[in-house]
Design a protein around this ligand. Sequence first.
Ligand code: ZN
Ligand code: ZN
Length: 288
Amino acid sequence: MENLGSWAVICGAAYLILYVLPMTVEIVQSSKFNPAYPSARLVLKEALRSARGVILCTAYDVLVNEGTRRGQLPMFRWSVLSENVATVTATEVIVVGVALYLWGDFHFYWSHRSLHQPTLFRWVHKVHHESYNPDPLSGLSMHPIESLVYFSSCVLLAPVVPLWVFRVFKVSLILAPINGHAGHGSWEDLAGTHHYIHHAKFNWNYGSSPLWDRLCGTVFDEARLSQVKEKAQLQAALAMEQARLCGAVVVDGKRSAPKETTEGAAADHSKADSAPHGHYNLRTRNRH
Ligand SMILES: [Zn+2]
Ligand SMILES: [Zn+2]
């Protein structure tokens, strides 16, 4: 329950602040990469899929805790690494933090890139890419097989690290995707736009950071990024101009942003050269 609870509280708070509460939405709206907002139907699907993913992670968690209780885990002990969290030093925190970041980035890049093989994409990873214009709830919105692959990175460590390291890594795997899928940020921040671009362009930026993409030539570079940025801005301007010319009101509850209506459309676009999409829902105002 603690896994599901911490995910629900932090992810729910991020979604409320960025997508629901009018006061905060208005403040951050200008930093949204794609001016469209996902439909409530898609957001509900994302929430249920994410909750299922966290439950699968908890199943891994139970197995590792049981193995530790029985004295079967870890199988290898580092003489320089504290077994008990109460005796952990600042140096250990830094070294473990860097090592976990590098391992997580390596595991995510190669497992994610494998999921983009046509068959695996069609049967498994397509579910995650239904969120082509991501929000905080998109992060763990995965097919159950992908959830098991994603969280396997912490289980694979369990035989060789103390339980506290496993727990730290598990929590980071649950919470870190919220940031990469927030859908807000600065176009000037390449690391911040990295995973957003993956959702918009599909066959670039497989890593959680640009490291492996740069090494393997799959990074969506600055020249291409500027095209996406210009296209997104152009689409937003055209939608607003269209609304103004036809006397239409852009409808999305209490917000004034355009609303997308085709959340499933991206599912078959694995090879599409698609910039951030602009499917807008405009309702004509009655003139008297
Ligand atoms: Zn994603
Ligand atoms: Zn992908």
